[in-house]
Write a protein that binds this ligand. Structure first.
Ligand code: GDP
Ligand code: MG
Length: 311
């Protein structure tokens, strides 16, 4: 993983010197699906906040992570890839991306250095325009030197004023340089959030994202993107150092429910176990996790259900 920034750094005051004023602001990572935005965000804030997977479009929510340094505070917003979509779910994802772009002081365009630029990158670049002052050419660990050079050259033609930084979100290579360039682009400002705040997201949301990630990992190509996770109950029992979480997994058809549950419940057990292990590591206590699977026909097309899910 990345060399982590000390996010609980105690020195958060806004001392300024003539040479380097304190800076703070909102930064959004934009890019087509699968370029590594969530991985980069997780590396930057040092806690798993956004669902990361090998499949595109797993980020549905606007997520804020906060990187606090003595000299700057970077408030990160993760966005779903900007892309044309037809279903209400897709159009909401695009709307969320636009909205968070609107709030951002700096947009970091993330592109895949291994696969090079695709049509989607140009669309996103057009959308972010001059705010994309920094372009992260990601996956330097797996890209060939030739592919990296080609991608950087293409980016330079597309956004002549942008700073181009080759990085590996996976290994953390050059991520520090990216942080410095992003910080330099922020307005002069005192910190916007207390240093110890890792994310604006509630712990419940974090739990649902981790469960969703495990579902995606374990159902792979068998299920389309029609699952959602709602946390029904989230109870701390400090006396027993225990966190009790009950969640419902929504699917659209009975056949999907069967896939999710698996033979004699084996798959849902595996999903639950993987999620529990990660939740225990994050929350630092024992977790009792109970998952229910529920069929709601066409939930991803139903504005009422989407609203309930906060989408
Ligand atoms: P997003 O859709 O842009 O949020 O992309 P994700 O962060 O979900 O990453 C998509 C896939 O690319 C996942 O399989 C990641 O593990 C992988 N990935 C992300 N960053 C890197 C990187 O720097 N190097 C390599 N080799 N893979 C990466
Ligand atoms: Mg993502």
């Amino acid at each position: 993983m990345c060399p982590r920034a000390p996010i609980t750094e105690s020195d958060t005051d806004t001392n300024t010197t003539a040479a380097s004023p304190h800076r703070a602001g909102f930064v959004t990572l934009v890019g087509r699906p699968n370029v590594g935005k969530s991985t980069l965000l997780n590396g930057l804030v040092g806690t798993k906040l956004a669902a990361v997977s090998a499949k595109p479009q797993t980020t549905r929510h606007r997520i804020v992570g906060i990187l606090t340094r003595p000299e700057a505070q970077i408030v990160l917003v993760d966005t779903p890839g900007i892309h044309a979509g037809s279903t209400p779910l897709n159009s909401r994802m695009v709307a969320t991306a636009r909205q968070s772009l609107g709030d951002a002081d700096v947009a970091v365009l993330v592109v895949d250095g291994a696969s090079g630029l695709a049509g989607g990158d140009r669309e996103v670049a057009a959308e972010v325009g001059r705010r994309a002052r920094v372009v992260a050419v990601n996956k330097t660990d797996s890209a060939s030197q030739g592919a990296l050079l080609t991608t950087c050259a293409e980016v330079a033609r597309l956004l002549p004023d942008a700073e181009i930084v080759p990085v590996s979100a996976l290994t953390g290579d050059n991520v520090e340089r990216l942080i410095q360039l992003v910080a330099a682009g922020l307005p002069e400002s005192p910190s916007l959030y207390p240093a110890e705040q890792v994310s604006e997201q509630s712990e419940r949301f974090l739990a649902s994202e981790i469960i969703r990630e495990k579902i995606i990992e374990q159902t792979r190509d068998e299920l389309p993107y029609t699952t959602a996770v709602v946390i029904d109950d989230f109870k701390e029992e400090p006396a027993r150092n225990l966190l009790v979480i009950q969640a419902t997994v929504f699917v659209e058809r009975a056949t999907q429910k069967g896939i999710m549950i698996g033979e004699r419940g084996s798959r849902i057990r595996d999903i639950g176990r993987a999620a529990r292990i990660e939740l225990e590591a994050i929350f630092g206590c024992r977790v009792f996790l109970e998952l229910h699977v529920k069929v709601v026909r066409e939930w991803s097309k139903d504005p009422r259900v989407l609203r309930e899910l906060g989408l």
